[in-house]
Design a protein around this ligand. Sequence first.
Ligand code: MF3
Ligand code: CO
Ligand code: CO
Length: 279
Amino acid sequence: MKRPEIALEDSARGRVTRDGIRIHEPADFEGMHRAGRLAAEILDAITSQVVPGVTTDALDREIERMIADAGAESATIGYRGYQHASCISVNHVVCHGIPGPKALKDGDILNIDVTVIVEGWFGDTSRMFVAGRPSRKAERLIDVTHDALMEGIAAVRPGNTFGDIGAAIQRHVESQRMSVVRDFCGHGLGRVFHAPPNVLHYGRAGSGPVLEEGMFFTIEPMVNLGRPETKILADEWTAVTRDKSLSAQFEHAVGVTAGGCEIFTLSPAGLFHPTWARG
Ligand code: MF3
Ligand code: CO
Ligand code: CO
């Protein structure tokens, strides 16, 4: 995710709306589908290794190896000085957690976020994992965050607006007495990592740019059990909840189609949501 800001994309191909949003061609969906699928397959493959005792460093090294084995590239290594193939955000870390030597403990919940580049296209997805048995409130947080993302995706169709997506997410989260993080947002992507627009996870229905077929972007709500405020640690990456409450996030990359949207980052193994929802 990115911090909300406006930066116009400078590529020459295709049409760009007056909000700076690129309208991709039908053939471009195939490139995004391949990149998104690889990112999702990597998260599928890491799932069985997320257990108490494993370090987030070890998970990241495995992810880096899988990206290389696939002949792809990590979008995050070297991005603004970031040095890892994934962000791993544990418990009260909201996003951009840096993999490190600390071992996971029973009951930890974590988001793993991977972005790969396949033939120039960016595949960006993240999901929640649990080490051992999470608490009931952690399970509820994960369910609500997952469902909020899906409510947002259900609002993606030509003619709707970005505000409709944010409003759907916010409505679901706040109806469950949890809070939506405002300090980070989703983003356009395609042949670039972070492009317009800022995809806010809150807002007013009917506000913001109108969705058009061929727009590619992520939706990646971060939801806190407590208050929405975040702060960034001294490492200049790790964002945590100010009140130290638990935080969760799910991210899909989508493309707007005539009838709604295509999700580029679906899990081929059906592992997008942690286990208890499948049982
Ligand atoms: N994958 C993140 C996103 O969803 C961005 C991570 S940038 C990094 O946009 F440098 F922190 F890796
Ligand atoms: Co993203
Ligand atoms: Co991401």
